[in-house]
Design a protein around this ligand. Sequence first.
Ligand code: DX5
Ligand code: ZN
Length: 219
Amino acid sequence: MHIHPSILSADFANLESELGTILNADAYHVDVMDNHFVPNLTFGPQMVESLQRVSKRDLDIHLMITDADIHAPGYAELGVASVTFHIEASKDPIQLSRKLKSIGAKAAAAVKPATSVNELAELMPELDMILIMTVEPGFGGQKLIESTIAKVSQARELARAKGLEVAIQVDGGVTEENIATLARAGADTFVAGSSVFRAVDRNRKIDLLRTLAQEAGRG
Ligand code: DX5
Ligand code: ZN
């Protein structure tokens, strides 16, 4: 069970010191938004390069950008641990996944709440991780959309049926109230932005979330 805090909820003027407050994380989730695929604008490659230089944890890059086939490989080339593109934004997801892996990053594909998990079926053997969005991408601090939990179970079932070891990440509105349900549904990698950054002791919150997921996953 892996907890990936989203630095979308961090203080952007003090990112290096903010990273130092969440060292119990398994990786840092970086939300790249282009004001086109989603109505918000965040980091670009130069910023990710700087984060990669100072980060003491792996970077998990979540690209919410159009034309992923063109732009995603450049993020992998920065040496980040994983690159997630949206299936809705790629014309050739199989080739893109292979390209990301050939550069040395883990390859992951995401689905928005309205996109069926079946869209990932053919691609799944190429992927290290799939990301089920549990909110509409674009902003932190939203409430998890309950109907997306069934998609997590479907994705886990699909992976099992294909005999694949793919990781399943959930992103959006993850809290200590719902993380056990998500873990039981089959998620093993949890993005948490506002719930971690709002906590007085962020590292304790990360540990609590991981423990809750582990306990639920075992049961
Ligand atoms: C939303 C982003 C998420 C977001 C999660 O588009 O992909 O990573 O930062 O934030 P919370 O945990 O606050 O929903
Ligand atoms: Zn994200």
